[in-house]
Design a binder for this molecule. Structure first.
Ligand SMILES: [Zn+2]
Length: 248
């Protein structure tokens, strides 16, 4: 088990590194083939500089050629991705199930960071996420299409009412994927509740610390992602709550 954990952690770090490439390139419509380069001086990175986390420590957080600071976003994404893989292994100890859930949650993390940076959810990321979420649920035998229906209906209705002003069509597809990931309609409703509670709490903290100003747009995708992760971790409690109080 320890070996599997280390393996998942390391693969997670590598996927995090790949994720930061997607985060840099997807919003600009660039292909993600080709060697990475320094964003400041365009020097191609050497193979050793592509090793997640270690290269950041080795380079002491600056480009080898031009000494521009790399920024903590990269190691943050890599560590977060490593934790996502470990969380998936914890939730689904069966290897095939853990791999499918890892990839789905890793895409969700990457989508969330692109949403924070650009306020845009790309279909190029969204559609693979929906497919992986469905595969992960089928493998874990938790798949229930009613979760997808709630996700699509909830965000689709808002999209129709506001004629696309409150949210983008990408949020509807993301909602479908989250629905597939968490399970049936009861769990998806619980997930939406948790999303708004988490969103309100984080928005309060950001306002109080001055990180955002009143009326400023805050990306919604990351809150939905956090709501989904909490739902996955707390699903037995949520199921018990539902059967106890709602008699379902
Ligand atoms: Zn440079």
């Amino acid at each position: 088990m320890t070996f599997t954990m280390i393996l998942f952690g390391v693969i997670g770090l590598c996927f995090g590194s790949f994720g930061s490439v997607l985060i840099e390139r997807i919003p600009h419509g660039k292909s993600f083939g080709g060697r990475s380069q320094c964003s400041a001086c365009k020097t191609q990175l050497r193979a050793v500089e592509l090793i997640p986390l270690l290269s950041f420590l080795y380079l002491r957080g600056a480009c080898r050629t031009c000494k521009t600071r790399i920024g903590y976003t990269y190691p943050f994404i890599e560590i977060a991705s490593g934790l996502v893989f470990l969380a998936a292994l914890y939730l689904r100890p069966v290897p095939t199930q853990a791999i499918a859930l890892s990839l789905a949650l890793w895409l969700l993390l990457t989508i969330s960071i692109i949403d924070i940076r650009t306020h845009f959810i790309s279909d190029a990321m969204n559609i693979p996420f929906v497919l992986l979420a469905i595969i992960a649920s089928i493998l874990a035998q938790t798949f229930d299409y009613t979760g997808i229906i709630v996700g699509v209906a909830f965000f689709g209705a808002q999209w129709l009412i506001s004629r696309g002003k409150w949210l983008g069509s990408g949020d509807i597809i993301l909602g479908a994927g989250i629905g597939a990931l968490v399970g049936g309609w009861e769990r998806m409703i619980a997930c939406l509740f948790l999303t708004y509670i988490i969103g309100a709490l984080i928005a309060c903290i950001l306002l109080l610390t001055g990180a955002i100003k009143r009326g400023q747009y805050v990306a919604f995708g990351p809150f939905l992602a956090l709501g989904a992760v909490v739902t996955l971790f707390a699903h037995t409690r949520i199921d018990r709550f539902i059967s106890l109080y709602l008699g379902l």
